[in-house]
Design a protein around this ligand. Structure first.
Ligand code: GRF
Length: 203
């Protein structure tokens, strides 16, 4: 079976990246992770990639005249590895027109809330402050907005009265690690179709 090629963009810890790699190495997986790229030199995710034997690149945005040039460099790396799907995993930048132009409809992101609630930063804190009883995580296609693209999959997580930001984040993260590989697998199954805001999943 030929496998889909995944490239991951990350800025930090890289626990989602690691869960995606582990899932890709389990029997029967329909994708392989070929590349990790970070905008942060000290991202722990880059070290994880090296330990997995996956090519890992730091691309310093400061070394480029503008975002377009920075993203062109990222596109070069993605194209070199024949990447089919770009997965953002804790990538702390908005995707610009260059990446969207070349990989539109082929970029996923994971967000630690049930979108469209609590987009942007500190979603778990936002959820606790709002007093919701259920939060969770969302995998969505990326568009030009912040966490606004068509939703592929969501997993609910109950909020407990005694939850702190840390405890809620930990339980949501555990679900992120299951949801993201499942969404990637669905993408490569060819059963996803984006119709307007809606992602149709064919049986
Ligand atoms: C995750 O909570 C993800 O949902 C959000 O950023 C965090 C990244 O964590 N977008 P990690 O780097 O994957 O451990």
């Amino acid at each position: 079976m030929s496998k889909g090629n995944v490239g991951v963009l990350l800025s930090g810890r890289g626990s989602n990246f690691a869960s995606i790699v582990r899932a890709s190495r389990a029997g029967g997986a329909n994708f392989a992770v070929r590349l990790a790229v970070s905008d942060q030199a000290d991202a722990a995710g880059l070290k994880k990639a090296s330990r997995f034997g996956i090519p890992a690149h730091f691309v310093d945005p400061k070394r480029f005249p503008d975002k377009a040039a920075y993203e062109r460099r990222i596109c070069e790396l993605l194209e070199r590895e024949a990447i089919d799907l770009v997965c953002l995993a804790g990538y702390m930048r908005l995707v610009g027109p260059v990446l969207l132009g070349r990989y539109g409809g082929r970029i996923l992101n994971i967000h630690p809330a049930l979108l469209p609630s609590f987009p942007g930063l500190d979603s778990q804190r936002q959820a606790l402050r709002h007093g919701v009883k259920i939060s969770g995580c969302t995998v969505h296609f990326v568009d030009a907005g912040t966490d606004t693209g068509p939703i592929v999959a969501q997993q609910a997580v109950a909020v407990r009265a005694e939850d702190s930001e840390e405890s809620l984040s930990r339980r949501i993260l555990r679900q992120e690690h299951r949801l993201y590989p499942r969404a990637i697998s669905l993408f490569f199954s060819g059963r996803l179709q984006i119709r307007g805001r809606t992602v149709i999943i064919r049986e």
